[in-house]
Design a binder for this molecule. Structure first.
Ligand code: NDP
Length: 498
């Protein structure tokens, strides 16, 4: 971390790690905010136009790095949900459903191209509204969002070759609810396959991160997407609840907490609506004694500290073989002392702000529980900014499987370290979770990778890498991590009636 005093209980810090701290500062390298113009107010995007909520309701969105208010955003109520779903239905029946796939593809390509052209603007806006570092929005979120539109544009005129029968049909109107951790990217994951398959969409972004979804709505206008094909309803959880329960919605897609995923399943049970859920995770990142340790350290850091740990597939449980545990933890601590926490718009920043006070409170509470239950807490020396929502990268050692920090999704920069002796024990511990979204394996043996991957109950298993995403690759979980796949050919299945 940036040199400074230990601001967050770095008790138990290894003196070796402290000694090896890099004692010099990088010069600031701030990305300019000039490219973004944030309006004081934002409306709902319904039938190709922006307008206020029917009841005039609004809510503020803030910059989590500074707590500075950014804009007032319209809060959609039941009447707005009605209007948006009706617009999506008309567009589905009259324009988008009947349109040949090759024509739909042109719009998706256009959206992808505009996203690329305006990528800096999107990256800066995402960092301001979400708190994540510009390095990540610039290099991961925005390029991947554009890549999703490019990828699914390619499928739009080839649906009969996608393996879902010779004449797959769109489902109709999709109600899509997304979280705050990858606001634009999750919008792209939802919209691109739905549109390619011929559905129309009503999208509900998270309350704390509405701005890039609204900018994407502007891109839809710029691409001259027919009105009503994409509608964006900003609001809180009750807007999402009204959307998914609306009788005019044929298909529901949700990414977020397991708790809300269950509530949605209950709300629409028996309605005949199609449903896909991408929920939480508590992934094991398993390091064997023959792993390339330096690469594994990078994979561990990327696995849990990327995006402040606000990642459903984060490698939040490190399972390390006992014989190398001490060496791995030592090197990990050393590496963490070089991470830079601070201004999300600084191009040197590795760790940005926590997305909301509510999320910060949750991370603090669960970390306190970890200590109370007897695990040893360590954070590198670092000074947290005085305003905004911040949490230093934290590593817990001496964690046992019964600890809450080993069982519950913290969704923050907090790593729990457990050890194992044999591959069987690694598999048993990795699978000892109600979730099943992702896992990582670090070993030099290909045979061991395959042996482990067959036994780990996770939708995605990375080997000697972590958090790799590609639009061509399906992603999703099972058990309490949800069902259905996003990405790849599989991602089309959720939006087609075969
Ligand atoms: P939620 O699951 O509450 O939010 C996800 C989305 O669902 C948001 O757009 C939210 O709106 C909306 N929503 C909330 N309640 C309902 C409802 N009853 N019906 C329909 N939509 C609803 O996640 P939180 O933001 O509250 O985060 C809580 C925890 O969830 C985190 O600490 C983390 O553990 C986990 N999480 C997991 C994610 C994942 O990718 N797997 C993503 C985000 C969170 P609004 O934003 O207004 O609340």
């Amino acid at each position: 971390m940036r040199p400074g005093r230990d601001a967050i209980g770095g008790g138990g810090s290894s003196s070796a790690a402290a000694d090896l701290r890099i004692d010099w500062e990088y010069a600031p390298a701030p990305e300019s905010r000039e490219i973004v113009s944030i309006a004081p107010d934002y409306g709902l995007f319904i039938n190709g136009k922006f307008g206020p909520a029917a009841d005039g309701g609004t809510f503020p969105t803030i910059n989590p790095a500074t707590e500075e208010p950014l804009a007032q955003v319209a809060a959609a109520g039941a009447a707005d949900v009605d209007q948006a779903v009706a617009a999506a239905r008309t567009a589905y029946q009259q324009v988008w459903g009947p349109m040949p796939g090759a024509e739909r593809a042109k719009y998706l390509y256009r959206i992808a191209r505009i996203l690329q052209e305006r990528s800096r603007e999107f990256a800066v806006l995402e960092s301001i509204d979400n708190g994540k570092p510009i390095r990540e929005t610039r290099d991961v979120d925005i390029p991947l969002a554009a890549a999703h539109f490019f990828y699914y544009a390619g499928w739009a005129d080839k649906l009969e070759h996608a393996g879902f029968g010779t004449d797959p049909r769109p489902i109709g109107v999709a109600g899509q609810v997304i979280p705050w951790n990858f606001p634009l990217l999750m919008a792209a994951w939802k919209l691109a396959p739905a549109l390619a398959a011929g559905n129309t969409c009503v999208l509900k972004p998270a309350e704390t991160t509405p701005l890039t979804a609204l900018l994407l709505a502007e891109v839809c206008q710029q691409a001259e997407l027919p009105p009503g094909v994409v509608n964006v309803l900003t609001g809180a959880g009750d807007t999402g609840a009204a959307l998914v329960a609306h009788p005019g919605v044929d298909k529901v897609a949700f990414t977020g907490s397991t708790e809300v995923g269950i509530a949605i399943s209950q709300a629409i049970a028996g309605s005949g609506k199609r449903l896909t859920l991408e929920l939480g995770g508590k992934a094991a990142n398993v390091v064997f004694d023959d792993a390339p340790i330096d690469q594994a350290i990078e994979g561990i850091v990327n696995g849990i500290f990327f995006n402040q740990g606000h990642v459903c597939c984060a490698g939040s449980r490190l399972l390390v073989q006992e014989s190398v545990a001490e060496a791995v933890v030592d090197r990990l601590r050393r590496r963490l002392t070089t991470l830079r926490l601070g201004d999300p718009l600084d191009k040197n920043t590795d760790i940005g702000a926590i997305n909301s006070r509510q999320q910060l409170d949750k991370i603090r509470d669960l970390s306190a529980v970890g200590e109370a239950e007897g695990a040893q807490r360590w954070s590198p020396p670092c000074v947290l900014p005085s305003r905004g929502f911040w949490f230093a990268p934290t590593v817990f050692t001496g964690v046992s499987q019964s600890h809450r920090i080993a069982r519950e999704e913290i969704f923050g920069p907090v790593l729990s370290v457990l050890t194992f002796r044999t591959p069987d024990e690694a598999v048993t511990k990795a699978n000892n979770t109600p979730y099943g979204l992702s896992a990582g394996i670090w070993t030099e043996k290909g045979s061991r990778i395959l042996w482990m991957a067959q036994r780990m109950r996770a939708g995605v298993v990375w080997a000697n890498t972590y958090n790799r995403f590609d639009p061509a690759s399906p992603f999703g979980g099972y058990r309490e991590s949800g069902f259905g796949r996003e990405g790849g050919r599989h991602g089309l299945a959720a939006y087609l009636d075969a």
